[in-house]
Design a binder for this molecule. Sequence first.
Ligand SMILES: [Zn+2]
Length: 340
Amino acid sequence: MTVLVYSEEYKKHDEISHPENQSRLNAMLKYIDKEDSLRDLDIVSPPAASKNHILKVHSKSHVNFIKDLCIRGGGNIDFDTYTTPDTYHVAKISAGGAITASKIVLESDQSAYSIGRPPGHHSNSERSMGFCIFNNIAIAIEYLREVYKIKKFLVLDCDVHYGNGTADIFYHDPSVLYISIHQDPRTIFPGQGFVEEMGEGAGEGFNLCLPMPAYSNTNDYIYILEKILKPVASQFKADFHFLDIGFDGHSNDPLSNTNLDDDFYPWITTQMKEIAHKIALILEGGYDHETLGRCNVKVLNALNNHNENNDYDVDLSHVSEETKSLFKTIEDNFSPFFEF
Ligand SMILES: [Zn+2]
């Protein structure tokens, strides 16, 4: 059974008027509690990532900036990213959660899921932004490289926002294939994540953006992912697979104009499991609490093979012309690197 990685300490990074607050995890835990199939779910409490491991990704000046700000009582880093006196401590545990989940995947026959917060995918080596403090997934990748000598990583990021921090950190790195499906950056934060952002130098071709038109639905998402995800994964042949999961592309979410329904989340989880057998999941966004709690249980059940059938028959009449032409553009741009 999947292992859930969670710390009570996450509650200490909290600002009740902000959408990224501790009630998100309370909602997730409430739904897990109600679910009979998850009665035996193993919950592991992670240690904090060490400063040394965080410094493999973030500059010393950035880490010290966060530390000093929290010592002085916390405060806003930008108009949408807050810190509290406990944020430095909690952000280290959130990174530790990503490391712990990854270690469990390597050392057991199970998948593992870190529901750490603050989230991480908008933070780059020099800057926190977009509710994120440290880049949890990048810190886990550097840890796995150093300690386990893992060479090639595939990250599928399905949060509705482009993970510009993760992309930036590995932009020149051909050993991390970062695939992000997100809402068209002309219509949503962080205003980056266009198809043309393909990586640079040796990393060219290993940053794969799928910027979906606003109001895309589950048919649009699955139409394009079916054509891209498995072919690319089988050609890249990663040694380790992450699903960076956000639930903010759901039609109920207040922070996006994307119209996914519940079916998308168990479907994408199952696809990743078919690619890799066992995977590490790292939580990013998701701000409608009931939707977050409900869909998260569906992800856990998919991980544990509790759902009878997570296939999805795409209804082409619900796939927009923009989605179809986006696939053609991606196919053209990435043809030197992958066959679809
Ligand atoms: Zn997001």
